[in-house]
Design a protein around this ligand. Structure first.
Ligand code: DC
Length: 227
């Protein structure tokens, strides 16, 4: 992983935003490998907050307690997974019960400001590829490359359904589609840092593209832009 040093002015940061299930994390991991960038999954950080708050019985109106809890959490990424206080929590945070509550915590302005600061600290230390909802618009406004990845709600529900089935997690397609539509609404309508395409982001619709097709498109933009 490329760690930056003071004299190093060759900074690279890649921002990937888009709605739930558009394939951001799969694609960010692959592009990250290609260019030796640290992959920062910011959705995982919001999910970790939801998980820990749930474990501690803190509903989303307990803002002070939640902020205190976050200040005690040590979060870092190892091999693309989020490690919190030494535990790999990747499996736990992708369970449907966390997906269904995470936007309640992600919409708290105080939570966002703490996590945005942590994310910027990571990008100051490492060359990163970061995915989320507000990376190009808030976290890394000066990112070297910005992409906005979309896909139809049906296609995104279909992908999530197949992924959960593969993990033997009981689920219904209709429920997943409903959850995705609800989450899109919440992500795009919250007052603080809603999901929106940055003016200077390149939009890629992945509905009819496979993973390699999207990765190749992004790699091409980066290759062309890299001096
Ligand atoms: O990408 P994801 O589904 O793992 O994101 C989980 C939740 O966190 C989702 O409700 C959107 C929110 N989120 C956010 O508000 N800002 C980010 N930068 C990343 C995720």
């Amino acid at each position: 992983m490329r760690r930056r040093n003071e004299a190093d002015n060759l900074k690279i940061s890649v921002a990937i935003d888009g709605p739930a299930g558009a394939g951001k994390s799969t694609i960010a991991k692959l592009v990250g490998k290609e260019y030796n960038l640290m992959y920062i999954n910011t959705g995982a950080m919001y999910r970790a907050v939801a998980l820990k708050a749930k474990e501690n019985g803190l509903s989303s109106n307990k803002v002070d307690e939640i902020c205190k809890l976050i200040s005690k959490m040590e979060m870092h990424f190892e091999n693309d997974d989020l490690i919190v206080d030494g535990e790999n929590i990747q499996e736990k945070i992708t369970m449907p019960e966390i997906s269904n509550i995470v936007s309640n915590y992600a919409s708290i302005p105080e939570v966002r400001s703490i996590l945005v600061k942590l994310q910027r600290d990571m990008s100051n230390k490492f060359d990163v590829i970061m995915d989320g909802r507000d990376i190009g618009t808030v976290v890394l406004k000066d990112a070297s490359f910005k992409f906005f990845l979309t896909a139809s709600a049906d296609e995104r529900a279909n992908r999530r359904f197949k992924e959960l089935q593969k993990r033997n997690i009981e689920c219904s397609y209709d429920q997943i589609l409903k959850d995705i539509i609800d989450r899109d609404y919440k992500d795009t309508h919250r007052p603080t840092d809603p999901l929106k395409k940055a003016d200077d982001a390149i939009e890629i619709d992945s509905t009819k593209l496979d993973i390699n097709g999207v990765v190749e498109k992004i790699n091409e933009y980066i290759r062309k832009g890299k001096k």
